[in-house]
Design a protein. Structure first.
Length: 110
């Protein structure tokens, strides 16, 4: 088990989820559209191969987080404005996505 993010903020007007890790020593912005495309549920990703089923191009550009809910102490459940809400983002997964995003933004500034 890894520690949960020390802070989670949904930046609705900017369109990203802001996560702080390791007692706030670093933080990362996960754009909603990108994060929605990383939804780990069985309808969006093949459980066995990990291959993406959801076409990221089908995610609306203006997608928003409709609601967020902590699931036990291990995951965040995100309900999206497109009506999809079955994806559980575990802390492990969010950590992995955050590290991916951090290294990709470091090499190619947006
Ligand atoms: Zn999904």
């Amino acid at each position: 088990m890894i520690d949960p993010p020390s802070d989670i903020k949904a930046r609705q007007s900017e369109g990203f989820l802001q996560l702080a890790w390791d007692e706030g020593s670093w933080s990362v912005n996960l754009p909603y559209k990108w994060l929605r495309g990383e939804c780990p549920c069985a309808a969006c990703k093949d459980e066995w191969t990990g291959a993406r089923i959801l076409d990221p191009a089908s995610v609306p550009d203006d997608i928003k987080v409709a609601d967020m809910e902590l699931v036990g102490s291990y995951a965040l459940k995100i309900g999206w404005s497109d009506g999809h809400g079955s994806g559980l983002f575990t802390w492990e997964n969010l950590r992995k996505l955050s590290e991916e995003r951090r290294s990709s933004t470091a090499s190619s500034p947006e």
